[in-house]
Write a protein that binds this ligand. Structure first.
Ligand SMILES: Nc1nc2c(ncn2[C@@H]2O[C@H](COP(=O)(O)OP(=O)(O)OP(=O)(O)O)[C@@H](O)[C@H]2O)c(=O)[nH]1
Ligand SMILES: Nc1nc2c(ncn2[C@@H]2O[C@H](COP(=O)(O)OP(=O)(O)OP(=O)(O)O)[C@@H](O)[C@H]2O)c(=O)[nH]1
Ligand SMILES: [Mg+2]
Ligand SMILES: [Mg+2]
Lengths: 290, 280
């Protein structure tokens, strides 16, 4: 991992006497490589390295007996700092049915996450209504219905456009006292103008308390592109990062948090509906460092 | 000489960043830049156009080192079996629908096997595709043993004299031992039932994937011996450059690219088109 590589770098540099700022450049190269190998976006890496450099050329590293370990400590602390050292809870309106909208690229885990969030909210004493707003993917509604049934959660299925389904679901929720509405939308590309406009229309009609982008933890450099567009068009309130039960380093987490400033609120850690955890920046930082 | 020096450093850095941005990864990007130094003299590095062409040649030489397997009906009239596998949400089920359409348009008789018996509505999703394209779907109930579905589908393909059998499997992370064992069992069932018959193992990979895709490809290749790759969602902004690393290390050819959610959004892989797109 990074600690071992830095130990080698400093072992070699130490042989030439006192450490200098010049030497740190070499160490930062290793940090850059580690972050790129973790799939952090290269522009985000640039900015992040600058933050690390300022501390790395300070006395805490240059005068340390274990400079390699110090650099790792600095990187870890800066990562946690960016990823979000404070927990951001789910927003919620008490009086009328709140909406929680899930958006994102194809196959990222929105439908599964919708059901997981339903289960989570149920355990917090809420009475969510799952809304099958994906009217395009074959058997998308059936998928949400099966998941909802397994949890004993109601699922609203409607006819018409996604927007119409969402609007209808609000009336149903009001009537039956469901809160919040969890809107499962179709996967779409951030560069698909009409589909992004569809989401804007749903947002305007439903005024969601939460608009969460569901993103795959194994996303590479492209993570910033989709996150920026979804955030620009909708004003995200946060992210859910899925499939963290694999071995992807998850650098996309740093990328999307860094470029949008929006918090990662939950992580998906499996296919079962109990596989949802609140985001822990310290665990994510260790994981990215490998 | 000064001009050559001034021009080359920023050019090479920008080029390396372009390759990294395309998900080739820092190691492969670094290797390509190093090879550039080898192949071009100092003067040539100034010419950005020349540099770009040389990099494209490097990438093309990796991508063209392998050729995709044959896809048309087997001359000995055995069903050509395709096993589709990959991590969750990569586009396996949709790719099968598109591929079935392509084969049927070319006069094939296609059977599809619903061997994802785990995920909610996976079978229903495949059945919609089967109906759309006119392919017979072999499936059991949800929760059934995937190997049993595969066994039945193989028998049906032979009995019905199908030209192609496309097998859909559940998404699985390569780190899950039990799921990889399940996949190996499916592979054994096919190998045993159809010894010597044409049999392809295609990993379906999302173009937005980062370097973890290489680890995925390694695991799946170790498990079943991949004979091809399908790179999906290339209609987005991701470049899918990780396939260069996969081609380099594992020598698995890329058979198709997915360019959308519709029936016709599957194209044979073109190394040239792919490489040109990296620089757009
Ligand atoms: N291992 C793992 N798999 C997950 C996780 N979240 C979702 N999945 C799987 O990822 C695949 C895609 O999940 P879906 O919920 O269908 O994704 P989606 O975003 O709704 O897909 P579209 O609606 O087509 O855009 C399924 O196989 C899920 O079981 C997770 O945290 N871990
Ligand atoms: N834009 C685009 N979307 C695609 C492409 N291929 C698949 N999709 C979409 O990706 C999502 C997931 O596709 P599936 O076919 O369900 O993926 P899968 O690998 O079978 O998923 P699991 O079985 O859950 O692992 C769906 O919304 C598809 O429409 C493609 O080439 N381009
Ligand atoms: Mg969905
Ligand atoms: Mg599938």
């Amino acid at each position: 991992g990074l600690a071992e590589r830095l130990a080698l770098v400093f072992k070699r540099l130490r042989g030439h006497g006192r450490l200098t700022e010049e030497n740190i450049i070499e160490a930062l190269r290793e940090v850059r490589l580690a972050l790129l190998e973790a799939d952090v976006n290269f522009k985000v890496v640039k900015g992040f390295i600058e933050r690390v450099r300022e501390r790395a050329v300070g006395r805490e590293v240059l005068e340390s007996l274990t400079p390699g370990q110090q650099v790792v400590k600095v990187v870890y602390e800066e990562l946690v700092g960016v990823l979000g050292s404070t927990r951001v809870p789910l927003a919620y309106a008490q009086d009328s049915p709140s909406a929680l909208m899930l958006v994102g690229l194809h196959g990222s885990g929105k439908t599964t996450t919708a059901a997981k969030l339903g289960r989570w909210l149920l355990s917090e004493g809420r009475s969510p209504l799952l809304v099958a707003a994906d009217q395009t993917r074959p058997a998308a509604r059936e998928q949400l219905q099966i998941l909802g049934n397994s949890l004993g959660l109601p699922v609203f299925v409607g006819t018409g456009t996604s927007l119409q389904v969402c609007q209808e679901s609000r009336a149903v929720a009001k009537e039956r006292g469901h809160n919040p509405l969890i809107l499962d939308t179709s996967g779409r590309l951030h560069v698909d103008e009409p589909l992004m406009q569809e989401l804007v229309a749903i947002k305007q009609a439903m005024c969601p308390a939460e608009i969460l982008m569901v993103a795959d933890a194994m996303t590479g450099q492209d993570a910033v592109n989709s996150a920026l567009r979804f955030d620009a068009d909708l004003g995200l309130t946060g992210f859910v990062l899925t499939k963290l039960d694999g071995d992807a380093r998850g650098g996309a987490a740093l990328s999307i948090r860094s470029v949008t400033g929006k918090p990662i609120k939950f992580v998906g850690v499996g296919e079962k509906l109990d596989a949802l955890e609140p985001f822990h920046p310290d665990r994510m930082a260790s994981r990215i460092l490998g | 000489l000064f001009a050559a020096n001034a021009g080359s450093a920023p050019t090479l850095e920008a080029l390396e960043e372009l390759l990294i941005a395309a998900d080739l990864g820092p190691i492969v990007a670094g290797q390509i830049i190093a090879a550039l130094h080898q192949r071009l003299g100092r003067r040539d590095l100034k010419e950005l156009r020349h540099v770009e062409e040389t990099v494209k040649e490097e990438i093309l030489s990796v991508l063209k080192a392998t050729t995709p397997p044959p896809l048309s009906a087997d001359p000995d009239a055995r069903p050509r079996v395709f096993l589709f596998l990959g991590v969750n949400g990569s586009g396996k089920t949709t790719t099968i629908g598109k591929f079935a359409k392509r084969l049927i348009d070319e006069g094939g008789k296609v059977i599809v096997a619903g061997a994802d018996t785990f995920r909610a509505a996976a079978i229903e999703q495949l059945q919609v595709w089967g109906k759309r394209v006119g392919a017979h779907v072999v499936c059991h109930q949800a929760g059934a043993d995937p190997s049993a579905v595969v066994f039945d589908a193989l028998q049906a393909a032979v009995a019905r004299q199908a030209t192609h059998l496309l097998i859909d499997t559940a998404g699985r992370l390569h780190t899950k031992r039990n799921l990889m064992e399940e996949l190996k069992k499916i592979h054994r069932v096919i190998s045993r039932q159809m010894p010597g018959a044409p049999y392809e193992r295609f990993m379906v990979l999302d173009a937005t994937s980062g370097l973890n895709a290489l680890a995925q490809a390694r695991e799946f290749h170790d498990a079943v011996g991949l004979t091809g790759l399908v790179l999906t969602k290339l209609d987005g902004t991701a470049k899918g450059g990780i396939v260069v690393a996969i081609a380099q290390h594992l020598k698995v050819p890329i058979a198709f690219v997915g360019l959308g959610e519709g029936l016709d959004d599957l194209q044979p892989f073109s190394p040239e088109a792919f490489t040109d797109a990296l620089f757009v």
